[in-house]
Design a protein around this ligand. Structure first.
Ligand SMILES: [Zn+2]
Length: 79
């Protein structure tokens, strides 16, 4: 039987704001019909899609914003 010792390390997981990290993306979805915009890097494009969707479908008044952003685990002290 092999015995092993392990050390644990604390990590902090948070938004990855480092240069070169994956870009954020935004999309809007109409929750009245489930149609959604394509994800894109500009929040204004998603908001413009919702405005156009509302103009074309005046009864569709409920929306959901989808935001995707990268996270990163940063190593801390050994315990
Ligand atoms: Zn709709």
């Amino acid at each position: 039987m092999t015995r092993a010792a392990y050390r644990f390390r604390a990590f902090t997981i948070g938004p990855d704001l480092e240069p070169g990290s994956e870009p954020w993306s935004f999309a809007m979805q109409c929750t009245d019909c489930n149609e959604a915009s394509e994800p894109g890097e500009e929040i204004q494009d998603a908001q413009d899609w919702a405005e156009q969707h509302l103009k074309a479908n005046p009864a569709h008044r409920h929306y959901r914003e989808h935001v995707t952003r990268p996270y990163r685990a940063v190593p801390g002290a050994w315990q």
